[in-house]
Ligand binder design. Structure first.
Ligand SMILES: Nc1nc2c(ncn2[C@@H]2O[C@H](COP(=O)(O)OP(=O)(O)OP(=O)(O)O)[C@@H](O)[C@H]2O)c(=O)[nH]1
Length: 431
């Protein structure tokens, strides 16, 4: 049922505390005005998600009971109407991922908070800690998009690990044996695999599992973390030589577990970013030349595929586009052609080679299919370029079929492109 809007005036700004429908928010519970606005500023510099500030437990409860979807809550440990973390059981009862901030360190309270399954417990002892608290909150929000495969037989330990992962907002999938996992790994992969105890799956099975995962994904692409007791440390270290990224001693603290997970996930994310940058042309988002040759090479060697084709294409008189209309219009023209190549050749491998030169290769059902695609691409550029980019231009296309290897394919399609240019441009030539 829609709730009425609830508002409060804070720092001369109107904060809306209720919505007509579920709106994702970050809830910040902090009684000190200056601290609340500092944290709110820091959060809003880093996210567009709405931040709702409550100054005490009563206001927080109003938000919790509204229709808002609370992605994460950053709460002060002591509030005027809730001392020593009395807010936390209420937040946890509503399954809200909770990060606790406190000014005084107490081991007893810290332990109590982790027993209440908070995602983190941060001591407000300076700007670095506050920055950390803000980053942790945002990491919790991002975790909702991350999946972790927990490999374990059902046990108390597995349930405990599952709770720890859920408290950090991860989506958790349980795998009880190797055969289940070997089927799943060929589909959508998780962000991390967590193996609960080395002998859980049976003698030698953990090594098989690690080898299986590593056959498909490197340790930079998909981290594997192993948890076990102190008695199995040497065996776990041995697994790290064969492809396990990290080992976590189950008897140590929850915080250590979370830090290790975060670092492993972060490393994999950074690797993905670097991999993407190294394979992609930044102007168009198409693959770059290096990636194209790497992929095309293996593709040409695949004997199961036939009807190989390779295309080279280039914008006609592109120098004039730049000279007459400026470099930024030239860039727009390149982006427009790239977008159309992606649409017309979406089943195939395409790339920008540099400048206004592009390439495509693949295995088609027939030569006629490829010639048709090239013709419709050429026609669309001719007819739509002016409306889309502010300058009318055309492209020339050269292509070849069944060449002996990608290098030969590229040089033949380049010859065909040269012929298309020499014989008047704005045409498709196949050799
Ligand atoms: N805007 C823009 N221009 C680029 C980029 N890379 C290369 N160029 C320009 O692309 C032009 C290439 O021109 P040419 O190779 O001489 O060929 P053309 O004028 O297209 O003539 P033909 O291919 O013979 O039809 C040069 O003016 C380069 O400066 C880029 O990333 N952006």
């Amino acid at each position: 049922m829609p709730l009425p809007l609830m508002c409060m005036l804070y720092n001369n700004k109107l904060k809306i505390l209720g919505w007509l429908m579920a709106e994702p928010i970050i809830l910040l519970i902090e009684d000190q005005k200056s601290m609340a606005s500092f944290l709110e500023d820091k959060l809003s510099q880093k996210t567009d998600i709405k931040i709702v500030v409550a100054r005490n437990l009563q206001q927080a409860v109003e938000v919790i009971e509204s229709d808002a979807k609370i992605l994460v809550c950053l709460t002060d440990l002591n509030l005027p109407d809730a001392e020593e973390g009395a807010t936390v059981p209420i937040l946890r009862k509503h399954r809200i991922t909770t990060v606790v901030l406190t000014s005084n360190y107490s081991e007893k309270i810290r332990k109590k908070m982790f027993d209440l399954q908070v995602a983190d417990y941060v001591i407000k002892d300076g700007p670095v800690a506050l920055e950390y608290a803000v980053n942790v909150c945002l990491t919790m929000v991002e975790n909702a998009d991350k999946s972790i495969w927990l490999v374990s037989k059902p046990s108390d330990n597995a349930t405990h690990l599952r709770h720890l992962l859920n408290n950090q907002g991860f989506r958790v999938f349980l795998f009880e044996d190797l055969s289940e996992l070997s089927k799943a790994i060929k589909g959508k992969v998780p962000d991390l695999i967590l193996i609960n105890q080395i002998n859980e799956l049976g003698e030698g099975k953990t090594l098989k599992l690690v080898q299986l995962v590593r056959y498909y994904y490197s340790s930079s692409q998909l981290p594997i973390v192993l948890t076990d007791g102190a008695e199995n440390v040497s065996e776990c270290i041995r697994m790290m030589k064969y492809g396990v990224n990290d080992f976590f001693n189950i008897e140590t603290s929850t915080e250590e577990f979370y830090v290790r997970l975060r670092l492993n996930l972060l490393q994999a994310e950074r690797y993905k970013e670097i991999e993407y940058i190294s394979q992609t042309d930044s102007l168009t988002g198409l693959h770059n030349r290096r990636f194209f040759f790497e992929k095309a090479e293996s593709f040409y060697q695949d004997k199961r595929l036939d009807n190989h084709f390779a295309v080279m294409l280039d914008i006609d008189f592109f120098k004039q586009v730049n000279d007459k209309h400026g470099h930024h219009v030239g860039d727009k023209a390149i982006q427009f052609v790239a977008q159309k190549i992606q649409q017309h050749f979406k089943k195939f491998l395409s790339a920008r080679f540099g400048g206004e030169e592009f390439a495509v290769c693949g295995s088609a059902s027939s030569a006629a299919e490829v010639i048709d695609i090239c013709e419709s691409l050429r026609k669309q550029i001719e007819s739509d370029s002016y409306a889309e980019t502010g300058v009318a231009f055309t492209i020339s296309i050269g292509l070849c079929f069944n060449a002996n290897g990608i290098d030969k394919a590229m040089s033949l399609s380049d010859e065909a492109l040269y012929e298309a240019k020499e014989s008047g441009r704005n045409k498709v030539v196949a050799i």
